[in-house]
Ligand binder design. Structure first.
Ligand code: HEM
Length: 487
């Protein structure tokens, strides 16, 4: 394209001339228009729509405070703990920077969980926003990795033993597991080598990927346009100029809304930072104020609250539970066989795959036991170690989110127009998630074990049975245009 600079009158304001000069060389005004002043968002957004901007704000808080922490932190097993204490006591405002960062980590998860709940309620992951959702899941995985690696850096007891437990989980993978966990740690136990690589990932590698994914997330969203609480596509009703009839420019309408949300968020966030940064041991665990000691295992090792639902799923998979899991896999294959319109060949493939999985999970030793083949009894239900399947299900409990756009077969997007009883399913799922989270911070117990097993079934049932329950019931009529009450 030929270089083109607009001719402005000689007496045009200097600011206009400067902008004109830039615009001829860089798409500044057109980017501002495309993503802010002429990005038409549905006019019926509610408070759920503030969490995307809040997530952006927390991302900036984490990056800025992180930069200042790195100036004083020492990624060395002999110095790390003391350098954090130095930040807390001697570096001017160091305590504030550190508490902003540690509280920011929990705030990030609170905001992102609420952001995801919104997606779930209004079906924002459905066509045409599948990629927006998939980039979101990628962001969530990065956030988990970022938080896990960051937690090792203060080199407290929980940092050390938490990392030890999680990295050891990789050891449960057949064949490559032990070598893999050795490779991740860079040593036979969590050590200086581990601290150095986690530091490198925490401050450079993951943030780079995270920022890239956030940019992709927003570009993908702006390509297809935002969903809204009614789940109506506003791009289908345009005025003569091609502007959605139910859209308003993001800036200034929603930038003003978001400033309000930011103010409320900052009040709550500051209250925590200034008055309760440990949050009763949930945001900063008490044991982490004790320096890491490789010879002293804490009696109860629990991850930070945002990981505990998945940690509970890991702990729920014990060898006596394997038989129920096998039954679950076979029953699910049966459901696909009898209750879908897939071609016969696909159905048979599903049955075949499920049988192989069930066989690997334990049918093999069970049969061997029945036939009195010489298989040692302790391996009775353990085709592969229950720990391995715990790890698989823990991973699957996060990855399964990526399947939502294809698991949901509902005729409408928004919960507003779904059969009323669907709400109870969402409420049950939310309660299950909270109960799993609660159990994950508690020391293991018999009753907690049973409850977490039931909750694991409900958790996966919610997703895996979605193709059936989401399509069932009487749907309410979806309006042509969004429902909007001026206020
Ligand atoms: C660093 C984390 C994240 C940031 C900064 C971020 C940012 C944003 C922003 C600014 C928006 C537009 C405003 C809004 O609709 O709220 C948005 C929309 C959206 N985000 Fe995220 N997001 C993040 C994580 C996630 C995650 C983890 C998911 C899901 C797994 C997700 C799924 C979505 C969806 C589906 C939309 C479209 C919502 C709609 O149009 O109804 N996001 N995001």
């Amino acid at each position: 394209m030929a270089f083109h600079e607009k001719q402005l009158p000689a007496d045009a304001p200097i600011a206009d001339k400067a902008l004109n000069w830039v615009d001829a060389r860089f798409p500044l005004t057109s980017t501002w228009k495309a993503h802010l002043s002429e990005y038409y968002a549905p006019k019926n957004f509610n408070f759920w729509y503030a969490f995307g901007s809040l997530a952006l704000l927390v991302l900036v808080i984490q990056i800025v405070t992180g930069i200042f922490l790195v100036m004083h932190y020492k990624p060395d097993a002999a110095l790390a703990f003391a350098s954090v204490e130095y930040i807390m006591r001697d570096v001017p405002w160091g305590w504030l920077v550190r508490y902003l960062h540690s509280t920011g980590a929990s705030a990030f998860f609170i905001v992102v969980y609420l952001h995801m709940v919104r997606g779930l309620l209004y079906g924002s992951y459905r066509k045409p926003r599948e990629l927006v959702w998939l980039f979101g899941v990628g962001i969530f995985l990065c956030l988990m990795g970022e938080a896990f690696m960051g937690y090792l850096l203060p080199w407290g007891q929980m940092s050390y033993w938490g990392a030890q437990v999680i990295v050891n989980l990789f050891g449960a993978i057949p064949f490559i597991g032990p070598d893999l966990s050795l490779w991740i740690r860079g040593d036979y136990v969590v050590s200086d080598a581990t601290l150095n690589r986690f530091f490198s990932f925490h401050v450079i590698a993951i943030p780079l990927v995270l920022i890239g994914l956030v940019v992709a997330h927003i570009i993908a969203l702006h390509e297809v346009g935002s969903n809204n609480p009614d789940g109506v596509e506003i791009k289908e009703k345009l005025d003569a100029k091609g502007v959605p009839l139910d859209g308003v420019p993001f800036h200034p309408y929603y930038s003003v809304h978001d400033v309000m949300a930011v103010a409320i968020f900052l009040i709550v966030f500051s209250a925590v930072v200034f008055f309760g940064p440990e949050m009763g041991g949930y945001f900063l665990e008490y044991n982490n104020f004790v320096p890491a000691d490789s010879l002293k295992t804490p009696p109860h090792i629990a991850p930070v609250w945002y990981f505990t639902p998945y940690y509970s799923i890991l702990r729920a998979i014990t060898s006596d539970f394997m038989v129920w899991l096998i039954a679950g896999v076979l029953a699910y294959a049966g459901l696909i066989y009898f209750k879908t319109n897939l071609s016969r060949i696909v159905k048979l493939a599903v049955i075949g795959i499920a049988s192989v999985i069930a066989f690997v999970m334990g049918i093999c030793p069970v049969l061997a036991g029945l036939l009195h083949i010489n298989v040692p009894l302790p391996a009775f239900f353990n085709g592969l170690d229950a720990k391995f399947f715990g790890v698989v299900l823990m991973g699957a409990s996060v990855i399964i989110l990526a399947g939502l756009p294809w698991l949901d077969h509902s005729k409408v997007k928004s919960i507003r127009y779904r059969p009323s009883w669907h709400k109870y399913i969402y409420i049950l799922f939310a309660i299950t998630f909270v109960v799993l989270g609660y159990l994950g911070v508690q020391p293991p117990s018999a009753i907690g074990g049973y409850v977490s097993k039931v909750c694991t079934f409900i958790y996966f049932g919610f997703f895996l049975l979605m193709p059936w329950w989401s399509a069932a019931g009487t749907f309410k009529p979806v309006p042509d245009r969004v429902v909007y009450h001026p206020h």
